[in-house]
Design a protein around this ligand. Structure first.
Ligand SMILES: Nc1ncnc2c1ncn2[C@@H]1O[C@H](COP(=O)(O)OP(=O)(O)O)[C@@H](O)[C@H]1O
Ligand SMILES: [Mg+2]
Length: 262
């Protein structure tokens, strides 16, 4: 069964999608079978991996109404080991349309259970909110990865997310653990980046990944070519940082098989 990682932060523009796409691509380059599930109606992860969103017939939206047929929506990418269940703008409606459903928090989990045996990792990209879709993603995963932009209000946003994490873990998904907090858009010319890093590392200690993702223009250019950065500019610092993150996750002591049997 796949290790399922949800990338969540209710703030927009902190690097959720960039991390989903590039961590997924790095794991796939290491010949891990990876599935990205795009749960943001903006569908940036889908277009960033080369999906023509306007032509998608079976997206995560359809899958939410018929999880047993989720496989139908999964499509390939330019990388052999990387597949995606794309999103479409109509996913916006799902928040309301699913709100009366029985077990409405666990529909995405049913999808993950349906397709999980075919993958080593499933990465779920979330919208910038803590609504029903993000709750579904938190209930479908066993690991939470929190991208945190190195900026002034970073810590305030994370308090709300940690509260939601605790509630979900207590009431809905006791298996959910924090995989790590990832510092993104680190700018070494800006003193603030170092201050935020210090504060986050002091507060969260070992939960913060050793790897920090630098601000790097190649990471922001690659999506307009429908490519993960590894296929756009493998030598760029951005690409190399995501490869280092993938390595850190593969070697993560808590993701080792023996750590699962407690
Ligand atoms: N490390 C980075 N360096 C430069 N630009 C980045 C970096 N990470 C993200 N971006 C850019 O910042 C914007 C927001 O990132 P994104 O991953 O879409 O955030 P989110 O999914 O949290 O809303 C995008 O335009 C993206 O290309
Ligand atoms: Mg996004």
């Amino acid at each position: 069964m796949a290790q399922t990682i949800v990338l969540a932060n209710q703030k927009g523009g902190v690097g959720k999608t960039t991390t989903t796409v590039n961590l997924a691509a790095s794991l796939a380059a290491m010949e891990r079978r990876v599935l990205v599930i795009d749960c943001d109606p903006q569908a940036n992860a889908s277009s960033g991996l080369g999906v023509n969103v306007g032509e998608v017939r079976n997206s995560v939206y359809q899958a939410l109404f018929d999880p047993r047929e989720a496989n139908r929506g999964i499509v390939g990418t330019d990388m052999e080991y990387l597949k995606i269940l794309p999103s479409t703008p109509d996913l916006v409606g799902a928040e309301i349309e699913l709100s009366e459903e029985k077990d409405r928090e666990f529909i995405l989990r049913a999808i993950v259970e349906q397709v999980g045996k075919d993958y080593d990792y499933i990465l779920i990209d979330c919208p910038p909110s803590l609504g029903l879709i993000t709750i579904n993603a938190l209930c479908a995963a066993t690991w939470l990865l929190v991208p945190l932009q190195c900026e002034y209000y970073a810590m305030e946003g994370i308090a709300q997310l940690m509260k939601t994490y605790s509630l979900v873990k207590e009431r809905l998904n006791p298996r959910l653990e924090i995989l790590g907090i990832l510092l993104t858009m680190f700018d070494k010319r800006n003193k603030l980046s170092f201050m935020v890093e210090r504060e986050v590392r002091d507060h969260f200690g070992e939960l913060v990944f050793t790897t920090a993702i630098p601000r790097n223009v190649r990471l922001s250019e690659a999506p307009s070519h429908g490519l993960p950065a590894i296929l756009y500019d493998i030598r760029s610092l951005g690409t190399q940082s995501y490869i280092a993150l993938a390595q850190e996750i593969i070697e993560h002591r808590r993701l080792q098989p023996q750590a699962q049997v407690k």
